[in-house]
Write a protein that binds this ligand. Structure first.
Ligand code: URA
Ligand code: SF4
Length: 207
């Protein structure tokens, strides 16, 4: 089975994890992507935000949530009363998965498979073990399935505080939609205010 497990170092904190993840070959996604996009933020961050996978901009720059979805997320976090600089931001899958009709044509995001999500899970588990966040904000269905299992339905639990055991640790989580889904929505204003009210629940839960 595909797995990142043999690539994950035992100690050394976030710098060692980030360095090792750069050479991960735990699943085929490393082949076509530019680079591993590991999580970013402080090891003592109180909140961890988990997205799906890097997009085109993230793949080029090597940092999570630096493209259009990240801009929208930062704005919503600030409006909800959370400082984006105080959060640790990462993704369920660390390599960009895409289709491309021809070389030099636009790269179109493709959803990661369950096998790829499972393969990449040890990196997310290692990030959680180091950061030990007080709260996890789950951004969309892929992050939800990666953390809480394949029965996760974002519409059923968004904007609520869940308490679940994840990788042997009790965690508090607030799920919401993925910021990219707000950019794609027919009614963007309504979608944005939905995201915002979920993030306000997270801000309140942090205290
Ligand atoms: N979407 C994600 O899920 N993660 C990113 O880092 C960027 C866009
Ligand atoms: Fe490793 Fe995850 Fe990249 Fe697959 S997606 S190669 S498991 S870092």
């Amino acid at each position: 089975a595909y797995t990142a497990e043999p690539f994950v170092p035992d100690g050394g904190g976030l710098p060692a994890l980030r360095k090792a993840a750069a050479d991960c070959r735990g699943c085929p996604l490393h082949r076509d992507a530019t680079q591993t996009v590991f999580g970013a933020g402080a090891a003592d961050a109180r909140v961890m935000l988990v997205g799906e996978q890097p997009g085109d901009q993230e793949d080029r720059q090597g940092k999570p949530f630096v493209g259009p979805a990240g801009k929208l997320l930062d704005r919503a976090l600030e409006e909800a009363g959370m400082d984006p600089a105080d959060a640790y931001v990462t993704n369920a899958v660390k390599h960009f998965k895409f289709t491309q009709a021809e070389p030099r044509k636009r790269r179109i995001h493709k959803a990661p498979s369950l096998r790829e999500m499972t393969a990449c899970g040890p990196w997310l588990a290692a990030e959680l073990a180091v950061v030990e966040p007080e709260l996890i904000v789950v951004l969309g269905a892929t992050a939800g399935k990666a953390l809480l299992g394949s029965s996760f339905r974002v519409t059923q639990v968004r904007g609520t505080v869940l308490e679940e055991e994840i990788h042997g640790r009790p965690e508090r989580l607030v799920p919401t939609v993925h910021p990219s889904s707000v950019l794609r929505a027919d009614d963007r204003e309504a979608a944005y205010s939905g995201l915002l009210s979920d993030l306000r629940v997270a801000a309140r839960a942090l205290g």
